[in-house]
Design a protein around this ligand. Structure first.
Ligand SMILES: [Zn+2]
Length: 396
C-alpha cells in the first residue's frame, strides 16, 4: 500500500511512547482504558506498562481505586512523581526561563535565565556553558537532588534547529551558529541527556501531552511572539520534516511587498505579524526611538486608546496571519489550530481581521470544520514541552 517499512522494534518503541503518553495525558488510568484508547491488545499494554514501570517512569496507584465502577477494580497507573525530574530551558530573545517539572507535568520550580540576546553576545563558549552549569547546580542544591534524579534537559530555541548535521543554527536575526557536538560534550560531562529543538515544536509537544492533545490527534500550533513558528502534530506525533525544519510558517509569502524579512526576502508573514515587526513598524511610523524591549503591552494600550497607527498595525497583522494559516489549512486539513505566544494578549483586537484573512484563502468546507482556539496553557508550556521532549527522546 505504501512505501513505509517498519521494523518490529520501531513498532514496539512507537507503542511504548503511545502508552506512556496516554498515562501522562489521562493519569490515573487503568490498563484496560489504555487498551481502549490506543487500540492495542490488553496483553501488549500489560507488557509495555511493565517496561515503563521497570524504567521507573510510572507506578501503580491504589489511591483512587474505590472511585472506579462496579466489579473487579482495575489498578490505576500514574507517572512517577517523586524520583525523577526533567528540566526545560526556554531561551527567548528578551526573557528566558527555566522550569523543573516532575513526570506528571507539575512545575516544581521555575526561575529566570539569561536572555538569548545576552547569551549570544558572550564571545566565549565556555562562558555560555558555565552559565548553564551554574543554573543547574543552583537547581540541584535548592531541590536537594543529584544528577541521577534528572532524566534529561530540554532546550528550546526561537529559531531553526537543523538535525541533519552537527550544526545548530539559531534564529536568522541573531546570525550565529553553534556546533551541536558542543551540546554532546556538555551532556557527556553532566551525564544527563540533552535535547534541543525550536520553541514551536516544544510548545506543540507540550500541548500534545498536557493540552489540546487530550482531545484531538491532529493540530497545528502557531506561536506568534518575537518571531513566528509552527509545530505540526499528525496522529499524535510531531511532524518534523526531513531536516527538522517543518513549520516555518513565518516565511510564507502573504504580500508582494513589505519590509525586508529576517530571511532576506520580502512579503513574509513575519514582516506583518511578528511582535518584532509590529513593534518596529509602530515606532518607525511615529518617528520615535525603538523600544528595545519590544514591549507589546504599550502598543496594545495605544490601540485601545484609539491610536490609528497602532490600530492599523494590528489590523494588518491579524489579516495576514489569517491568510497564511488559511493557506496551510488547505493543505493539511487538521482538526484544530492552536494560537499561542504574545498574540494571546491582543487576540481581541485582531480577531475580526484574522477571520477576514482566513476566509479569503481557506476553502469554505475546510474553514467550517476547523476549530481555531487560543492555547489555554501558560507561557511555561515551552519549557514544559522542552522537558517533555526528553521523555519522548528516551523512548525513540
Ligand atoms: Zn522571511
Amino acid at each position: 500500500m505504501t512505501g513505509y517499512k517498519f521494523s518490529n522494534k520501531k513498532v514496539k518503541e512507537n507503542n511504548l511512547r503511545l502508552v506512556l503518553m496516554k498515562i501522562l495525558q489521562n493519569s490515573p488510568i487503568s490498563r484496560i482504558e489504555i487498551s481502549k484508547k490506543t487500540g492495542l491488545t490488553r496483553s501488549t499494554v500489560s507488557e509495555l506498562v511493565k517496561r515503563l514501570m521497570e524504567e521507573g517512569l510510572i507506578k501503580e496507584s491504589y489511591k483512587n481505586i474505590d472511585k472506579v465502577g462496579p466489579g473487579k477494580k482495575p489498578i490505576l497507573l500514574i507517572p512517577e512523581t517523586e524520583k525523577f525530574f526533567v528540566i526545560g530551558y526556554d531561551l527567548t530573545v528578551i526573557h528566558s526561563e527555566i522550569v523543573v517539572m516532575n513526570l506528571n507535568g507539575d512545575v516544581i520550580t521555575k526561575r529566570p535565565f539569561i536572555s538569548l540576546k545576552k547569551l549570544i553576545s558572550l564571545k566565549n563558549i565556555t562562558e555560555i556553558l558555565n552559565l548553564f552549569i551554574k543554573s543547574l547546580e543552583e537547581i540541584k542544591h535548592d531541590l536537594n537532588i543529584s544528577n541521577q534524579s534528572i532524566k534529561g534537559i530540554g532546550v528550546a530555541f526561537p529559531g531553526l534547529v537543523s538535525r541533519n548535521n552537527n550544526s545548530l543554527s539559531i534564529t536568522p536575526n541573531l546570525e550565529r551558529y553553534f556546533d551541536f557536538s558542543l551540546i554532546d560534550k556538555f551532556s557527556e560531562k553532566l551525564g544527563i541527556p540533552i535535547v534541543v529543538d525550536n520553541n514551536a515544536n516544544m510548545k506543540a509537544l507540550g500541548e500534545l501531552i498536557y493540552g489540546i492533545g487530550k482531545e484531538v490527534h491532529d493540530f497545528l500550533l502557531v506561536n506568534i511572539s518575537y518571531g513566528i513558528g509552527a509545530g505540526l502534530v499528525i496522529q499524535n506525533q510531531l511532524f518534523r520534516g526531513k531536516y527538522n525544519l517543518s513549520g516555518e510558517i513565518g516565511h510564507i509569502k502573504v504580500a508582494e511587498d513589505s519590509d525586508i524579512c529576517s530571511c532576506g526576502e520580502k512579503g513574509c508573514l513575519e514582516t506583518f505579524s511578528s511582535v518584532r515587526s509590529m513593534v518596529k513598524k509602530y515606532y518607525t511610523k511615529c518617528n520615535k526611538k525603538l523600544d528595545e524591549n519590544y514591549d507589546m503591552g504599550k502598543i496594545i494600550n495605544y490601540a485601545n486608546q484609539g491610536d490609528q497607527n497602532a490600530i492599523q498595525i494590528f489590523q494588518e497583522s491579524g489579516f495576514y496571519l489569517g491568510k497564511a494559516i488559511g493557506n496551510v489549512l488547505n493543505i493539511i486539513n487538521v482538526e484544530s489550530v492552536v494560537l499561542t505566544g504574545e498574540i494571546k494578549k491582543y487576540w481581541d483586537i485582531i480577531e475580526k481581521d484574522f477571520y477576514k484573512g482566513l476566509n479569503e484563502t481557506t476553502l469554505p468546507l475546510i474553514e467550517k470544520n476547523t476549530q481555531i482556539k487560543l492555547s489555554e496553557l501558560g507561557e511555561e508550556i515551552t519549557a514544559i514541552g522542552a522537558a517533555s521532549m526528553v521523555l519522548e527522546d528516551m523512548l525513540i
